[in-house]
Design a protein around this ligand. Structure first.
Ligand SMILES: [Zn+2]
Length: 205
């Protein structure tokens, strides 16, 4: 955004000499305007992480909403997922409880499919060489699936379970199988710009 603004002011400050016809000057102005390099307000990383965040918003889990989006090398989305109960199951018979003092049968953990697992299960294409955008660093079970699917890189937003055993195992799986991983610092200014954009669209209707 700053670059675009700077380019614009550089252009405004520029003197365009008119040494001929008005039409020649118009042409010069047009050429200069077309020369201003315009950039998308968001990067691919931000774009796909926002998609993963939107996917997480679909989750019914009241405690932890997780989303993921898998993307090919041309930046085309292959598949997406969010955490939810087993597809097609009668959810009225299940609880979202996290209470580990209860038998597993009465905890959500017995029935929830993680976002990465859902995305991989529902993919109709090979995920080999793809990038996975995830709102939360994957657990070891999802890391097994991601690595086995030959995903090349995992980009994550939150690593809040970084001290857990499953997190450490997941990193070990990625390290041993050559899956790269990095955290994305999503700029809050990007969210403000997106919010303004969406608000503007709604007011245009
Ligand atoms: Zn998982």
């Amino acid at each position: 955004m700053l670059d675009d603004t700077r380019n614009f002011f550089n252009f405004v400050d520029k003197k365009i000499l008119n040494l001929g016809q008005i039409s020649a000057m118009d042409k010069k102005i047009e050429e200069n305007i077309n020369f201003i390099p315009l950039k998308s307000p968001i990067s691919w990383d931000e774009y796909f992480m926002l998609q993963a965040m939107i996917a997480s918003f679909r989750s019914k889990d009241p405690a932890t909403k997780v989303g993921s989006v898998f993307v090919d090398k041309n930046n085309h989305q292959i598949t997406m997922g969010y955490n939810g109960f087993v597809a097609g199951i009668d959810e009225t018979q299940l609880s979202w409880s996290k209470d580990k003092t209860q038998p597993l049968e009465f905890q959500k953990y017995g029935y929830v499919v993680h976002s990465e697992a859902n995305a991989i299960l529902h993919s109709t294409r090979s995920l080999e060489g793809s990038k996975a955008y995830v709102t939360h660093f994957p657990c070891n079970e999802c890391a097994k699936l991601i690595s086995s699917s030959k995903v090349s890189e995992v980009i994550y937003l939150s690593d809040k379970h970084r001290n857990s055993e499953t997190n450490k195992i997941a990193k070990k799986i990625f390290d041993l199988s050559g899956v790269k991983y990095r955290q994305l610092d999503l700029d809050k200014e990007t969210l403000s710009k997106l919010s303004l954009h969406l608000h503007h669209m709604l007011t245009e209707i």
